[in-house]
Design a protein around this ligand. Sequence first.
Ligand code: MN
Ligand code: MN
Length: 310
Amino acid sequence: MFSHNKRLQYTVRVSETNPGLANLMLEQFGGPQGELAAACRYFTQAIGEDDAGRKDLLYDIATEELSHLEVIGTIVAMLNKGAKGRLAEGVEEAGDLYRSITGAGNDSHLTQVLYGGGPPLTNSAGVPWTAAYIDTIGEPTADLRSNIAAEARAKIVYERLINLTDDPGVKEALGFLMTREIAHQKSFEKALYAIEPNFPPGKLPGDPRFTSVYFNMSRGDMDLRGPWNQGEAWDFVADPVEASPVDGGTGRPSVGLADAEANVLERMALRTQSDPASNPVTGAELGRDDKSGKAGQAASVEPQGTVKDK
Ligand code: MN
Ligand code: MN
């Protein structure tokens, strides 16, 4: 069950209203790296999890993310407060009011007019939140890796938002939210390594002929070697074209077909067969006015002129 505590997890102190900044903050409210996406990601993983430790961890972090959603949403609402009142009560001339909600040069007028200054579940460009932001696959060694990456991305978006404001109260609250994503990343990483073995993800082992092979597929001036493709851990294939097909087969695809299937495919192939000897005049060539086209009647004009010059 859920219950709600009226106190925020971190106190929001906004110095002055700023609808443009409010709109940028929406990125962490209803954006792909935002708090709703994080809460839903971990909440659904928690429900499906059978390991008692991970289930507890996922519920704890999911619920904290909802608390973060409340903090970032409150920042948005506070930053919109001034414009909200002015717009709702119509206390200014239309032109002044218009400038006050569009002055920041972003879509803050949309937030004001369509959502009345409250935080909508959109990203900072007005794109509605979608469950497609969540990539849970239901296998902890894969999901924990994805959660670690999601926390890393959330941390980076907070870092960029912090760099966009000099409001000390907003900076401070964003700093808290950013810091918590670091702590979550650490928990998820510990939880991943608490599963042994955790690599490769899942149960089936890889084919040992290919698990430690590095194919040098991009050829040209710069081939930089490092621990990702050299040393004892790797078999480096310098010329993958020469080495392919890597299974020792012909590299040509095959499929077993019933006679009836093969017959209709052959009929289709005959019907759509191309004639390499044909040289049809195209609509583009017919439209040319330089008379130099090699195909069509217009081609006969130029050779006559050439003869006269001699
Ligand atoms: Mn968070
Ligand atoms: Mn987090």
